[in-house]
Design a protein around this ligand. Sequence first.
Ligand code: PHE
Length: 496
Amino acid sequence: MANENKWGSSLAFILAMIGSAVGLGNIWRYPYVLYSNGGGAFYIPYLVAIFSLAIPFLILEYGVGYNYQSSFTKALIKIKPKFEFYGWVLPVVVFIMAVYYSTIIGWDGIYLFLSFFKGWGADPNTFLNVNLLQSTDSLSGVFNFIPFVAIFMIAGWFIIWFISHKNLDDGLGKVCKVFVPVLFVIMFFIVIFSLTLPGANIGLAELFNPNWSLLWHFDIWMAAFGQIFFSLSLGMGAGFTYASYTGDDIDLISSGLYVVIANSAFENFAALGVFSILGYMSLQSGTPVSQIITQGTTLIFVVYPQVFNVLGTIGLIAGPLFFFTVYVAGITSMLSAFEVLSISIQNKFSLTRRKATLILCLVGGFASMVYATSAGGYILGIADIFVNNIVIIFSVLVECIMFAWIFKAERLIDFLNSRSKTFKLGKWWLIHVKYIIPAILIVIWVGGLYELLSIKTTESVIIIIVLALITIISSLIFTKRPAKTKDWFETEERIK
Ligand code: PHE
């Protein structure tokens, strides 16, 4: 069983982790977050979040994952048997995220297909909302099923199944080794091209125009932490799981550093491209950038198609390349989210990788059909808030306490330092993971909940309660069902 789930090399691990990090969060989410939270001024909370939280926590998550060489759930049991329930809650939530994530991948698949002939027509806005998604801004559209959207979502699940059911290094490892570099190369060309468009400077000036006064607002700090966590796949068990597949010679400290650098480089580079394009659009249409920029979905599926329309024949090359990049970025991230629950059920119920993958893809594909309805976009927005405002931050907080205090982060230092070719951990690291990170997270989490209360409409509260119930009930079932493997309560530790 062990060989089934091992990376062939450290490079496979690093590229898979970069593949997990670089995703829709970098392209669909980041440019707007940067712009709407102070532009250039956003870099201060962003960098603070990276150095004070992301890097120290990432190393902790990798270290504990490496030590247990097993699923997140199994490791928590070893830390304390009582933790099993939480050990299921997180994989289930990450699976819920994977299901809505697959929806955006599906939409992107549609646009990839349409981009070869600009099938969105002259008015991409009407096309997206009226013709394609037939969006309703409430739950009322949940019974209006849209087969065309469903087909593309199922295609995404098929790809996930196809890659995940193979042995780790033959499937996931190979795909990441080939496609993650491809992702960077294509993005590089797209951004360079965007920077040469007339008007690019207008967009860039707008993006970086710093609004320093916002630094005193709690919101922009919360946005920075939320963005960094989501974008780096922190606290969601993805890094934990991938690190558990590494070999003894792995340099986890440096690997973490490379992942953080690659992820930030990618998202900031992507933002340059997005704003150059918005500047170009602004010049063409005579509309200020501030009126063109919108949130993720509209940005990718309305503004971009508009730009490809204006670009004429070049749009027929740039369009497919762009939507292909988003597709690859999405799939490599979703693979890591999928893996967390998959390996947990493999470990407890003695399932082979093939079987677990098949079962989860069928369940996920089926569940995702709720997003292939007119209410899909609406539910997706709320599911995203559920994951981002409630779960991620809470989860990093809980893990920090479990890993740093109960597992004892001190235990990892010698091992991690002995392999590190870049920097070494010292007392500062322990202070971060034990005190600073939990303290900051408590403040942010309460702030996030407060923000959530302000958006409450009866329907959104219902959706959040349903998601919470699904999480609790399925975690209870997973916890209560007897294990099929004899060693479920025994996990060997690699660091003595
Ligand atoms: N990091 C991914 C992105 O930026 C999202 C993700 C989060 C993937 C958690 C896996 C686990 O899009």
